[in-house]
Design a protein around this ligand. Structure first.
Ligand code: IVH
Length: 670
């Protein structure tokens, strides 16, 4: 047996391994490349974990093409594998009040103790575990759990998490363990921004956090709202702890984020533990982050030592998970929704049912492949659950309750709104309506156009947009600017005051920036940031309309695929006419960023800790006409490097980008 307890793989295990690799690869591609997952994240995780477990238990398996070695197309080989000083063990799982009683009885029996044992109970955070290694008061390494023995070095990403201290006042070895996660509200906001930019969205906060931590480029982690909560230790020297609660107190003093005490409980009473479990279960949907249970730990470390380990888990702790929030209901109908990109999404309309305190009536069925795989039909009784407590999904069909003459559901070959033919793009699973004048596409595009980050027509809400389109008052973006009080009067329930407000907010929107205007057009892949770069580069809408491939690809962060999509849009005669009409209404304010200055024509990126705040540094660059890039490439003029710079500095060196200090930067603008 090797150090990690592996046994040699038999032919049967090897076959199973090949099969699993193939299945995971297939679903990986659906998810990452085609952006059309066929199975739930949960199912995928199960499959992936099965593969990981198989690989961690057997020697001699061919890992060279295993998806466990890759994530999202980037070889994880890029992450250094580092052994944990102490193995990162996991908790035994249990699922009920009964299990809490058994746990308590087990502990007492083992300790031969009739007197009370103090427990510390806290939330079981649903993120990914992380070990932070501090040496001489510095964060030197952040490791994923990996197989528990060996983790992956993801320091470059973890260092971007603002709540994690880079320096601490304890100067000897300290390994802090805890959970990385994303708050539910941040997750929703983040996904919305991605969706608006026509990009991939994550199914739940845990996936988003895990996906972020395993990115090669730390700028992605820096741009995402990752959180950390400390709840355990690895190795340490020169400090003592006497209980779990003491660990968290002392970590808090060292400026680590720990779980708020209002979410934890310290008690010797079994009833208290059961009440805590039930109370948290009730409140879980109100919590700011996802949890999947509670963790009960024997509080005194001396007792923990006595209790020791059983198999691969500590005897002194247990996770008590919640039943997944599932419910049974009936699909009354399946309707097709048409998004602003023309994507046709089948949505199940169900008999309303409560799941975890929230009434659910519909769930996306994603696409035909998903419908076929689960054989979901109108009239079916189904089990649904809220994935990551947010997005409802159909888990399973109860076929025994299926009505006799039910039929397979097939997505119609014509757009439900405009009737034009729907087709798949090569390598996509989603069907799209390609008619730019389709009412649904139009409504979706208009809703985006008027939204806060785009033209910001505060008083023009989704319902109003729909009404405008239904009454055929608006057939294009520019029609919004031609609306009169009389037009709006024809709609129900629009009083004088509200008409005035609507017209005012449309009028106000004419004063905008080129960046917001470009973003508002809703060109696929052109999110806010890209729109800003395009606006900076082209300066005027006329210039932008005449963009050509070669020039376009010089714009930072625009590659071939995005460039091709933009050009296709710009070359459409109808779009050209529309933009020209629109532009006549607009007055473009100069962006807050200066385009001319000591730094014009130069681009910058900041890495590491500077003597000033990041925002201040960025302002200084833009004030002087410099441009900010978000990654190192040959297009970058200068990389400004502070303390603990990380991988960007290495990359800059390898592509020959000039590296300067903050002081040297200040010289440039003197
Ligand atoms: S304690 C030896 N506390 O659950 C015990 N774990 O199987 C070390 N987790 O992978 C872990 N919340 O990622 C602990 N409050 C909490 C936790 C927690 C979530 C995760 C952790 C670990 C898994 C345990």
């Amino acid at each position: 047996m090797s150090k990690s307890g592996k046994t040699a793989a038999t032919a049967q295990i090897q076959r199973k391994h090949s099969e699993l690799k193939e299945r995971v690869n297939y679903h990986n591609e659906r998810y990452h490349t085609l952006d059309k997952p066929e199975i739930s994240d949960y199912d995928f995780d199960q499959m992936f974990t099965e593969l990981l477990t198989l690989e961690s238990e057997h020697n001699g398996l061919d890992l060279s093409d295993s998806p466990t070695q890759r994530v999202g197309g980037d070889a994880i080989a890029a992450f250094k594998k580092v052994d944990h000083r102490l193995p990162m063990i996991s908790l035994s799982n249990s699922y009920s009040e009964e299990d809490i009683k058994e746990f308590n009885a087990r502990i007492k029996k083992f300790l031969r103790n009739d007197s009370d044992v103090e427990y510390f109970a806290e939330l079981k955070l649903d993120g990914l575990s992380m070990e932070l290694v501090y040496e001489e008061g510095q964060l030197v390494r952040a490791l994923t759990r990996g197989d528990g023995v060996t983790g992956e070095d993801v320091t470059h990403n973890v260092k971007t998490i603002k709540s994690i201290p880079l320096k601490i006042s304890h100067k000897k070895l300290l390994e802090v363990r805890g959970e990385i996660l994303i708050n539910k509200a941040d997750f929703v906001e983040m996904n919305q921004a991605y969706e608006e930019a026509g990009q991939m969205v994550f199914a739940n906060p845990r996936n988003a956090a895990a996906g972020t931590i395993r990115q090669l480029d730390p700028k992605i982690a820096a741009s995402r709202p990752l959180q950390f909560f400390a709840y355990a230790l690895g190795a340490y020297e020169g400090i003592t702890f006497d209980s779990q609660s003491d660990i968290e107190d002392k970590l808090a003093k060292l400026k680590f984020p720990v779980m708020d005490r209002k979410f934890t409980t310290t008690t010797s009473s079994e009833d208290d533990l059961i009440n805590y479990y039930q109370k948290i279960n009730k409140e879980r949907s109100q919590l700011p982050f996802d949890i999947d249970g509670i963790v009960i730990k024997v509080n005194p470390l001396a007792l923990q030592d006595d209790l020791g380990m059983v198999a691969r888990s500590p005897r002194w702790a247990t996770a008590v998970k919640f039943q997944p929030e599932q419910a049974q209901t009936v699909i009354e109908n399946i309707v097709l929704q048409v998004g602003r990109t023309g994507a046709i999404t089948p949505v199940a309309i169900m008999k309303p049912v409560k799941v975890g305190g929230v009434t659910i009536t519909n769930a996306t069925l994603h696409n035909q492949d998903e419908i076929d795989r689960k054989d979901i039909r109108i009239g079916d009784t189904v089990i649904i659950q809220r994935a990551g407590d947010v997005i409802p999904q159909v888990v399973d069909v109860v076929t025994s309750l299926r009505p006799k003459n039910s039929e397979k559901f097939i997505i119609a070959s014509n757009c439900p709104t405009c009737g034009s033919k729907v087709t798949k793009e090569p390598e996509e699973v989603v069907l799209r309506c390609h008619n730019p004048f389709c009412k649904s596409v139009l409504i979706g595009s208009l809703i985006h156009f008027v939204s806060r980050r785009a033209m910001n027509m505060e008083k023009v809400g989704d319902k109003l947009v729909e009404a405008f389109v239904e009454k055929e008052l608006v057939k294009s973006f520019s029609d919004l600017y031609k609306l009169t009080a009389k037009d709006i009067q024809t709609l129900d329930r629009q009083g004088e005051k509200s008409i005035e407000n609507i017209l005012n907010s449309i009028e106000k929107s004419k004063q905008t920036t080129l960046a917001k205007f470009i973003y508002a057009l809703g060109i696929r892949f052109v999110g806010e940031q890209t729109a800003k770069l395009l606006a900076d580069h082209y300066g005027t809408i006329e210039n932008f309309m005449q963009a050509e491939a070669e020039e376009l690809e010089k714009v930072p962060e625009i590659g071939e695929k995005v460039s091709a999509t933009i050009l296709k849009w710009l070359h459409d005669k109808r779009m050209q006419t529309e933009v020209k009409t629109l532009a006549k209404f607009m007055t473009f304010e100069a962006p807050k960023r200066k385009l001319e200055g000591k730094l014009s024509g130069m681009s910058f990126l900041v890495t590491g800790t500077l003597p000033v705040k990041r925002d201040v540094a960025h302002e200084k660059i833009e004030e002087n006409g410099g441009k900010l890039l978000s990654g190192v490439s040959a297009k970058l003029s200068y990389l400004i490097v502070g303390e603990d710079p990380g991988s960007k500095a290495d990359k800059a060196q390898s592509v020959g980008v000039k590296i300067i200090s903050w002081e040297e930067f200040l010289e440039l603008i003197k």
